[in-house]
Design a protein around this ligand. Structure first.
Ligand SMILES: Cc1cc2nc3c(=O)[nH]c(=O)nc-3n(C[C@H](O)[C@H](O)[C@H](O)COP(=O)(O)O)c2cc1C
Length: 193
């Protein structure tokens, strides 16, 4: 049994393709200690000046102190996890605002990353499974894949596997195929964990 942190970020409600994949992965990972954070249903606060002071400066007032406490909670959850499962839909070429905000709250100098000559990553030894859904068809150069690889690498998570449900905009048949092939891939990844 190990600790799994699951992040959902879709804004598509019951029609969400990534949430379907995340739920499938969670089912396959039963028996582990799983924490699920739905960043769309329970959104984090907007990452603004107070939040920046909280996580990168010296929090002084109550608002800043509360934002630091929230960031501490997220970082502690992340540090405790051995495996991350992240739903990462493509919206307007990038990741959802909700997921970007999560990374804004957990990217902490000297806590989750460190600048020396370059960023020295502090969260080594974890695995991440990123479950993507795209309306169209993309190669690995797409911005969701590139950003997720970069931000996870920045904090030391370099063992990252991507699962894609692509062509969601092409209709029900394409969705069915994309879901089936993504679920097969999830089976393979979970079996090899
Ligand atoms: C606001 C919005 C923007 C989108 N932008 C893109 C896009 O830039 N490229 C693309 O291929 N699909 C785009 N799509 C389609 C989604 O990637 C697709 O619906 C996918 O299933 C989203 O994941 P979800 O169902 O888990 O929310 C967009 C969908 C929405 C709602």
């Amino acid at each position: 049994m190990s600790n799994v942190l699951v992040l959902k970020s879709s804004i598509s409600g019951n029609n969400s393709q990534t949430n379907q994949l995340v739920d499938y992965a969670v089912e396959k990972l039963q028996g582990n200690n799983i924490i699920v954070r739905d960043l769309s249903q329970q959104p984090l606060p907007y990452f603004d000046t107070a939040a920046t002071i909280a996580v990168r400066g010296e929090p002084k007032n109550d608002e800043e102190k509360q934002l630091l406490a929230l960031s501490d909670e997220l970082v502690s959850e992340l540090k405790n996890a051995k495996t991350l499962v992240i739903g990462a839909p493509m919206y307007n070429l990038g990741i959802p605002t909700q997921l970007k905000t999560y990374f804004d709250f957990i990217a902490r100098p000297r806590v989750t990353f460190q600048y020396t000559a370059g960023p020295e990553e502090l969260l080594k030894g974890k695995k991440a499974i990123v479950l993507c859904a795209f309306g169209g068809l993309y190669d690995e150069e797409n911005l969701v894949t590139q950003y997720m690889k970069s931000i996870l690498g920045f904090i030391g998570i370099t063992d990252v596997q991507f699962v894609y449900a692509q062509g969601i905009g092409f209709g029900p048949e394409a969705i069915e195929k994309a879901q089936a092939s993504a679920k097969n891939k999830i089976n393979e990844i979970v079996a090899a964990l």
